[in-house]
Design a protein around this ligand. Structure first.
Ligand SMILES: Cc1cc2nc3c(=O)[nH]c(=O)nc-3n(C[C@H](O)[C@H](O)[C@H](O)COP(=O)(O)OP(=O)(O)OC[C@H]3O[C@@H](n4cnc5c(N)ncnc54)[C@H](O)[C@@H]3O)c2cc1C
Ligand code: SF4
Ligand code: SF4
Ligand code: SF4
Length: 683
């Protein structure tokens, strides 16, 4: 036997064993990408590099025979540096993308191709299960989310982006109608109790994920019912309360306790909550309404207050001639609500249409409902005028960009004009109750509570914060994502582990694709138009608060789901190079230069070959040879230009017959992958 020492541990191995074998005996993991057990080593990837005392350079553990008295170190700074650099070089010309481009843009990182595939197969329950792994309240979000994902859908380069929001709404709506809607399984109770202040989307999402970990959750909220701005801000015609209620009911069934009509600062304080609970999540949103910022601003109705009262069935008397000031979601919602209540409505916005911070579809729907929008107009004074009001306005022009990156409005001197109306609604922004947070001992910024963006940890131990309370008035999907991340961090905190938030993986992105690559990507994809959502007629819209956009009929949903090209890497969750790049903190862009072209050999019934992801590790070449393949795979060219391919341009289907599955399993990247492999969560 040969005796050697690895990382301070002694081991004896039979002659012929490698350092890699000896380390495995000790349970020491040396990473490798090209090594295939039972097949001769190639030592091509150099990821298994180790330091052997007495040698000036690092040595590949897979090809280094163990020798008597050898002393090996597998995790020195030099070793880690060499592995990181090797990974960065291998990734420098990688022609692939780990996550689908749509998923990379969703703030909640929803696995979009993962769930559309199930809808395409007619399995809404399976789709809901995939969706729920990363996105709480997916039915509500499918209705109101601005769908950043769709703008990044690869199909935009072919015809039109997939209707992703409508599809996850479809899956949830269908499942909710099931006699037994899906309720995620919860781990056995841990005995730990978490207090959540605010039962809006952030708080509800945190509860959804904490309950699954087995932690008891109590949500304290100042309102009568949970939902936050989804209930008291966004009107019924965009998000019916029954849809929101169904999703909240699921969270109730999971065991959440709701303590409604409980206001922090009036009915309890943060110190009491911290005393009685193992952790606290603060998700109080941005409830303050900003005024018109001009004399007489107190005479205006605050936009969110107006919508709140309408949602509670107690609309404030606003008369028949309403002016809404603002250009965001709240302004559009106030205008469309006032229209439904029978008023003539005009919107004044101080910038232009391009700068409006809401979906263009919302603007178009508002105009279609008979609301004119006047741009480059700002209020300068509001006065009572008999039974109504007189609003003095000034024309604006656009100057340079402001802090938000949008061009700022600049007053045009001498352009003032007066407008008479029955009410002015100020939809000009929201603010966070920072004084309340400060009084509880939390640090605040100019717009919200301080929280670490990776972990949502606030400035007090065991206290976390997220959603609008941290970001200022923002988007529901970001609030829901914050709740999920906070749940992960709180779970770590309660387990006494380091609080690091959710694990995340290094991701490679496709740098811009050229025409040849586009042709290769879309080779087997037929053009087909995006589905049109069913919509209420204008007449019916204005007659009440019925939902404007309907659910996709089943056949349309299935057809739309089939338009999904299932982008992203087939091996995104099992790719060795991605896993190691994450472990070693490799930066795929560090040596990025000209990358290889994307192409794919899809001739094989079971596997796909994408040469642009091949790292020439030689594993498939050796497996095919050892398996007696007539053609197999071969190395073509030399040095940096070496390529692995079937010989003589044969298709993959002829090259790999008996060893295809073995090669795909051994391939350390997504170069050779099973067609059916994809089942990943994007981290
Ligand atoms: C009119 C309007 C339209 C919108 N439209 C869209 C849209 O189309 N798409 C989109 O993505 N986003 C939209 N948003 C934004 C979205 O609703 C918010 O980003 C999201 O609701 C924030 O979630 P949150 O949980 O952080 O806060 P909130 O939803 O505000 O929930 C906070 C909760 O905390 C409670 N709370 C507050 N203070 C206290 C206290 N002191 N004690 C106890 N409880 C307290 C509140 O009662 C509330 O239930 C809109 C917002 C408004 C106002
Ligand atoms: S939550 Fe919004 S961004 Fe994310 S997938 Fe759904 S529609 Fe797209
Ligand atoms: S086709 Fe499907 S997977 Fe590809 S980007 Fe669009 S929605 Fe995402
Ligand atoms: S295709 Fe073959 S040579 Fe290329 S990375 Fe995969 S296993 Fe290695």
């Amino acid at each position: 036997m040969i005796r050697l020492t690895i990382d301070g541990q002694k081991v004896a191995v039979a002659p012929g064993a490698t350092v890699l074998d000896a380390a495995a005996w000790l349970g020491i993991r040396i990473p490798t990408m090209c090594h295939v057990p039972g097949i001769e080593a190639a030592a091509s990837c150099f990821i298994c590099a180790v330091q052997i005392e007495g040698r000036a350079t690092l040595s590949p553990a897979c090809a280094m025979p163990a020798a008597e008295g050898m002393v090996v170190h597998t995790q020195t700074e030099d070793v880690r540096h060499a592995r990181r650099m090797a990974l960065e070089l291998l990734l420098s010309d990688h022609a692939g993308e780990c996550a689908a481009p749509c998923a990379a843009r969703c703030p909640a990182s929803l696995d979009i191709p993962g769930f559309t595939r199930h809808i395409a197969e007619g399995d809404a329950r399976a789709a809901v299960q995939v969706i729920g792994r990363t996105l709480a309240l997916a039915g509500s979000l499918g209705r109101v989310c601005p769908r950043l994902c769709e703008q990044n859908c690869r199909r935009c380069e072919l015809d039109q982006g997939l209707a992703i929001g409508a599809l996850h709404r479809y899956a949830v709506d269908v499942d909710v109608e099931n006699p037994e809607p899906y309720v995620p399984p919860c781990a056995p109770p841990t005995g730990r109790r978490v207090a959540i202040v605010g039962a809006g989307p952030a708080g509800l999402a945190a509860a959804y994920y904490l309950l699954q970990q087995g932690h008891a959750c109590t949500l304290f909220d100042a309102h009568e019912q949970p939902g936050g701005m989804l209930r008291y801000g966004i009107p019924e015609y965009r998000l019916p309360k029954r849809a929101l209620d169904a999703e909240i009911h699921t969270i109730r069934r999971m065991g959440a306790e709701f303590r409604m009509n409980m206001r922090w600062g009036r009915d309890f304080n943060l110190a009491e909550l911290r005393e009685a609970h193992s952790a606290v999540f603060v998700a109080i949103g941005a409830q303050g309404a900003q005024g018109l910022r001009c004399p007489g601003e107190d005479l205006a109705l605050p936009g969110i207050g107006y919508l709140h009262r309408v949602a509670c069935g107690d609309p404030p008397p606003a008369g028949k001639d309403v002016i809404v000031v603002g250009g965001g979601n709240t302004a559009m919602d106030c205008a469309r609500t006032a229209r439904r209540l029978g008023a003539r409505v005009r919107v004044f916005y101080r910038r232009t249409r391009q700068e409006m911070p809401c979906l263009m579809e919302e603007v178009e729907a508002t105009e279609a409902e008979g609301v004119p929008i006047e741009y480059l107009v700002a209020p300068v004074r509001l006065e009572a005028n008999g039974s109504g009001f007189r609003l003095t306005c000034r024309r604006m022009t656009l100057g340079g960009p402001d802090a938000s990156g949008r061009r700022s409005p600049v007053p045009v001197e001498g352009s003032d004009f007066n407008v008479d109306c029955s009410a002015v609604i100020a939809a000009t922004g929201q603010s966070v109750e920072r004084a309340l947070a400060e009084s509880g001992g939390l640090d605040v910024t100019a717009w919200g509570i301080v929280a670490d963006p990776q972990t949502m940890a606030a400035s007090l131990p065991g206290v976390f914060a997220g959603g609008d309370a941290v970001l200022g008035a923002d988007l529901a999907v970001r609030a829901v994502a914050a709740g999920r991340i906070a749940a992960a961090s709180i779970g770590q905190y309660l387990a006494g582990e380091p609080v690091t938030g959710e694990p995340s993986s290094v991701s490679v992105l496709f740098r811009p694709i050229d025409d040849d690559e586009r042709a290769a990507l879309f080779r087997s994809i037929e053009k087909s138009p995006r589905v049109r959502l069913p919509e209420l007629s204008l007449e019916r819209r204005l007659a009440g608060f019925d939902e404007v956009e309907g659910r996709l009929p089943e056949a349309e949903a299935l057809r739309e789901a089939r338009r999904c090209m299932i982008c992203g890497c087939l091996k995104c969750d099992s790719c060795t190079i991605r896993t190691l790049a994450t472990e070693y903190g490799a930066d795929p862009e560090r040596f990025a230069g000209a990358r290889r072209r994307f192409s794919a050999d899809t001739s094989h019934p079971d596997i796909v070959y994408e040469p642009g992801k091949c790292i020439s590790c030689d594993a498939c070449v050796r497996i095919a040879a050892a398996g007696g393949e007539a053609l197999g795979m071969t190395m073509i060219g030399r040095g940096f230009d070496v390529k692995v391919a079937p010989p003589f341009d044969h298709p993959l289907s002829e090259a790999l017959t008996t060893t295809a599955l073995q090669c795909a399993a051994a391939c350390p990247t997504g170069a050779l992958a099973l067609r059916t492999q994809r089942a990943c969560e994007f981290g």
